[in-house]
Design a protein around this ligand. Structure first.
Ligand SMILES: Nc1nc2c(ncn2[C@@H]2O[C@H](COP(=O)(O)OP(=O)(O)OP(=O)(O)O)[C@@H](O)[C@H]2O)c(=O)[nH]1
Ligand SMILES: [Mg+2]
Length: 341
């Protein structure tokens, strides 16, 4: 999301390969993006499966508010972003001839942060008001008081660690400042290879947000090129990698996701799970039967597998580990689930 004309739809189209009309306003659009993963490319090359499946992220393009008076996000947009697992704010740092105002990304970021803060504070205060009438749970009220104090000091809720704020009972609320936040500074072509300006970097620190610089129009150009031409073009601009790859990886990391893999002649596949997931629920991502009838997981860490070359070599050298249901799955684990239903 972001303010009107910041380049959200341009970014969204390049990410998803869709062709949503550029121009102001419109509906919310959804698009699925494959998470590039060189490990999957490599495994696919080794197993030559019938099918190769990457992890996916669904992006929503939420239009900005186009009113003369209101400079922020509409109530509707705020509701829509509360449904998302993570937020990505596109800031305009290029001159847009269709808008009167010069680019001021720091002011946009401040305005966005304030709107989210006020929306959360409003929700927290309403809950505390209601608590005066009903019989509230003491623990819950303690959490709400802590959130109120945090927001009043202009800190986002995501600044509170899980030790301090236990989130499970708060799930239904969808607090905006508790969502992981990625800020994309959408620059003109000339600034595409520069780092984040200090004024933005400083704010991101206070917001506990991640950030990156991109030029949506450059990315759109790159996406339209033959792969052979892309590298040369990137080099001319002083870039090593398209921002889209960085963007997708950042979004993936923001959700605290890691991937485990399954391999075989039919399919090589990446499975996204939250960091810290145990083997049994991880198996359940593949199929509920695997979770229900879970016996054990055979684990081959990607790097070790690559060095060994084959599963047999892993077995022969004792590097294939057999793990129980409580094993914490690591990024890059190749799993084979033994089960019985
Ligand atoms: N020069 C330049 N123009 C851009 C860039 N990104 C977007 N634009 C232009 O800015 C205008 C608005 O872009 P959109 O992608 O439609 O912006 P948006 O944020 O989706 O706008 P709303 O959905 O109306 O809020 C279009 O004319 C784009 O071509 C950029 O990186 N550089
Ligand atoms: Mg748009």
């Amino acid at each position: 999301m972001g303010f009107a004309g910041s380049g959200k739809t341009t970014v969204f189209n390049t990410l998803t390969g869709l062709n949503v009309p550029i121009g102001f306003g419109g509906e919310v659009h959804l698009g699925t993006v494959k998470v590039p993963d060189a490990r999957i490319d490599r495994l696919s090359g080794m197993f030559k499966p019938k099918k190769t499946t990457y992890a996916e992220i669904v992006f929503s393009d939420i239009p900005g508010e186009h009113g003369a008076e209101h400079k922020g996000l509409s109530k509707k947009a705020l509701r829509q972003i509360a449904d998302q697992d993570a937020l990505c704010l596109v800031l305009r740092a290029f001159p847009n001839p269709a808008l009167d105002a010069a680019a001021d990304p720091a002011a946009e970021l401040d305005a966005f942060a304030t709107e989210c803060l006020l929306a959360d504070l409003d929700a927290v205060e309403r809950r505390l008001d209601r608590a005066k009438k009903d019989k509230p749970d003491a623990k819950e009220m303690e959490a709400f008081e802590l959130m109120k104090e945090t927001l009043e000091h202009e800190h986002p809720l995501r600044a509170l660690s899980e030790d301090v704020l236990h989130r499970e009972p708060l799930r239904g609320y969808g607090f905006l400042t508790d969502r992981p936040l990625l800020v994309a500074l959408n620059c003109g072509e000339a600034e595409a290879a520069q780092g984040l300006p200090p004024a933005i970097a400083e704010r991101l620190g206070a917001l506990h947000a991640a950030g990156l610089v991109l030029s949506a129009s450059v990315e759109a150009e790159i996406a339209a090129m033959e792969p052979a031409d892309q590298a040369a073009f990137l080099q001319d601009l002083g870039l090593t990698e398209s921002a889209l790859a960085r963007f997708i990886r950042a979004a993936y990391g923001l959700l605290d996701l890691i991937s485990f893999f399954t391999v075989g002649p039919d399919e090589v596949r990446a499975w996204p799970i939250r960091r810290g997931t145990h083997a049994r629920p991880a198996a359940g991502k593949i199929h509920t039967d695997l979770e229900r009838g879970f016996i054990r997981a055979e684990v081959m860490p990607y790097e070790l597998f690559l060095a060994a070359g084959t599963e047999q070599a892993m077995r022969d050298t004792g590097r294939l580990k057999v793990e129980g249901k409580d094993y914490v799955v690591a990024d890059g684990d190749i799993l084979n689930i033994r089960f019985n239903v």
